[in-house]
Design a protein around this ligand. Structure first.
Ligand code: CTP
Length: 442
C-alpha cells in the first residue's frame, strides 16, 4: 500500500486546497492530511488564520479524500510523522519548492503545481477590509506598537493623536506615518479603531469618546482604575456591537494561553495557591510611573499581570482581599504592593514593585503538582509542570516573537473581523482587575 502525506492550514477551504488533496490522493492508496494547530500557526507567523482548528479539520474531512487527519503542532514534526506513519510520498504545493528537499532522505518528495489565482490570504483580505487603526499617545509603548503592528496583516497604522504637536510630529516622522492630529475628534473621524496608549488616568475618557464615535478600542492596561468605568466602557461597546479589549499582552501570548489550558485540564489537580511577582525597578523618578497625578505606582502599573493569572484560574470572586503597600513618601506612589486574595478553597498572592527588585516568577500550586514559570513569566515561552517525583517533570516550550504585542494586535483584529470576542482576556477579567485596583487605591 502506498501511503501519502500532505500538510496545510486549510483556512477558508478553497478550490486550491481541493485540487491538491485530489491529486495527492491519486498518488497513492492512503492519504494522511496534517492540519496545523493554532499555536503552530502563530509560532510561524501566521497570525490571521480565521477558522479554528476544528473547523479546518472539518473542511478537510468534508472532502472525503483524507483517510486520516492529524494535527501538526511543531516544527520538525514532518520527519517523525513520515517515520511513524510509514509514508512513501510527501506532497506539497509548488509555493514550497525546495523547502522540503530535506525530507528526501526519508521518502519521495513531490511538489505539485499550485492552483493559480486563489489563496486563503486573498480570501481573508477580500472578506475583511483593511482595518485603519490610529494610535492615541506617543509614549514608549506606542513606539513598540507601531513596530509590532507590521507583523499583522489586515491592519494599517497610519494616524497618531497627541496633545503635544512637536512630539507627535516627530513620532509620525520616525515611523513614517501618514498623519498626526492634535484634535481627537478629527483623528477619530479618520480611523476605524483606536489603540489608547495614553497615561492611565486618561484611558476612560478617551476610550469612551472613541466608542461613542463607533470606533473599536484596544486600550492599554489598566483599562481604567475604577470598576464602574470599566463596566461602562464594556456596556457602551456591547450596545453598539463594538469590540473593546484591554491590552495586557501576556493574555494573548501563545505560551500563556497554553499554560491556562493546561492548568484548567486538571493536570496539577485542584489549585490551592498562586504566587506571581512582577517588579520593574525604575530609578528615574521623573517618569510617569512615579507620577501620582497620572495614575503611577506599582499596583496601577503592574498589578494587572498577576491579577490576570488569578482571574483566569481562580475566578473573579475572592472572599477577602488584603494588601500591604510601601510608599515613596515624596512622590506619593506605592513602590511595592503585595495583594493577598483569599478564595473559598485557594489563596493567591500578587507582588508588584517599581521601587524594589524580586524574583519575577509565578508558581501555581495544585493538589497533584505545581507549575513553575520562571521570570519573566509575563512574556514567557517556557514553563515546567512539576510533581513529587522530579522524574515526571514536563517542560513546555512555545515561541514568543518580537515584543509580543503582535499577538494582542492579531487577537483584536480577529475579534473585529469575526465578531467573536476574545476568550483570552474577557470583560469579566478586566472588570475584576479594575475592581481590585480600585479597592486598594481607595
Ligand atoms: N495550495 C495550492 N493552491 C493554492 C493554495 C494552496 O495548491 N491556490 C496548496 C498549498 O501549496 C499547500 C496546501 O494547499 O500544499 C495547503 O495550503 P495552505 O497554506 O493551507 O493554503 P494557502 O491558500 O496557501 O494559505 P495562505 O494564503 O494562508 O498561505
Amino acid at each position: 500500500m502506498k501511503r501519502v502525506i500532505t500538510y496545510g492550514t486549510f483556512d477558508l477551504f478553497h478550490e486550491g486546497h481541493l485540487n491538491i488533496l485530489k491529486r495527492a490522493k491519486e498518488l497513492g492508496d492512503y492519504l494522511i492530511v496534517g492540519v496545523t494547530s493554532e499555536n503552530y500557526d502563530i509560532a510561524r507567523g501566521k497570525l490571521n488564520v480565521q477558522q479554528s482548528l476544528i473547523e479546518r479539520i472539518e473542511n478537510v474531512k468534508s472532502t472525503g479524500l483524507a483517510d486520516e487527519i492529524i494535527v501538526e503542532e511543531f516544527i520538525g514534526q514532518k520527519v517523525s510523522d513520515i517515520k511513524k506513519y510509514n509514508i512513501n510520498t510527501f506532497v506539497i504545493g509548488s509555493d514550497w519548492i525546495g523547502k522540503f528537499d530535506y525530507l528526501k532522505e526519508f521518502c519521495d518528495v513531490i511538489y505539485l503545481e499550485r492552483t493559480k489565482g486563489i489563496s486563503s490570504t486573498e480570501l481573508r483580505n477580500k472578506s475583511n477590509k483593511i482595518l485603519k487603526l490610529g494610535i492615541a499617545g506617543n509614549g514608549r509603548i506606542a513606539k513598540r506598537f507601531v513596530i509590532e503592528s507590521k507583523y499583522v496583516s489586515g491592519i494599517i497604522v497610519d494616524d497618531v493623536y497627541g496633545r503635544n504637536e512637536s512630539h507627535i510630529k516627530e513620532f509620525s516622522n520616525i515611523f513614517d506615518l501618514n498623519k498626526y492630529y492634535t484634535n481627537y475628534d478629527t483623528f477619530l473621524k479618520n480611523v476605524d479603531a483606536v489603540y489608547i496608549a495614553l497615561p492611565h488616568n486618561l484611558h476612560y475618557k478617551y476610550a469612551k469618546k472613541a466608542l461613542l464615535a463607533n470606533k473599536h478600542v484596544l486600550c492599554e492596561k489598566p483599562m481604567t482604575l475604577q470598576k464602574e468605568q470599566t463596566e461602562e466602557l464594556f456596556n457602551i461597546a456591547n450596545s453598539r456591537n463594538l469590540i473593546i479589549q484591554e491590552g495586557i499582552k501576556t493574555a494573548y501570548c501563545p505560551c500563556f494561553d497554553k499554560l491556562i489550558s493546561i492548568v484548567q485540564s486538571g493536570i496539577i489537580g485542584e489549585i490551592k495557591d498562586i504566587d506571581a511577582t512582577f517588579t520593574k525597578l525604575i530609578s528615574d523618578k521623573t517618569l510617569r510611573e512615579y507620577n501620582c497625578e497620572l495614575g503611577g505606582g506599582s499596583l496601577n502599573e503592574l498589578g494587572c499581570y498577576p491579577l490576570l493569572v488569578v482571574s483566569k484560574l481562580l475566578g473573579t470572586r475572592p472572599e477577602k482581599v488584603d494588601y500591604i503597600s510601601f510608599k515613596d513618601e515624596e512622590k506619593n506612589v506605592d513602590i511595592y504592593t503585595k495583594v493577598i486574595l483569599n478564595y473559598k478553597n485557594a489563596v493567591a498572592t500578587a507582588n508588584v514593585g517599581i521601587g524594589v527588585k524580586k524574583e519575577g516568577d509565578c508558581v501555581i500550586t495544585g493538589t497533584k503538582g505545581y507549575i513553575y514559570i520562571p521570570a519573566p513569566w509575563w512574556k514567557t515561552e517556557y514553563f515546567e509542570i512539576r510533581y513529587e517525583d522530579l522524574n515526571n517533570t514536563q517542560k513546555v516550550f512555545t515561541s514568543f516573537d518580537g515584543d509580543g504585542l503582535r499577538y494582542e494586535i492579531a487577537d483584536f483584529l480577529s475579534a473585529i473581523n469575526t465578531g467573536k470576542k476574545s476568550y483570552k482576556l474577557e470583560e469579566k477579567d478586566s472588570i475584576f482587575i479594575s475592581q481590585i485596583i480600585e479597592g486598594i487605591n481607595k
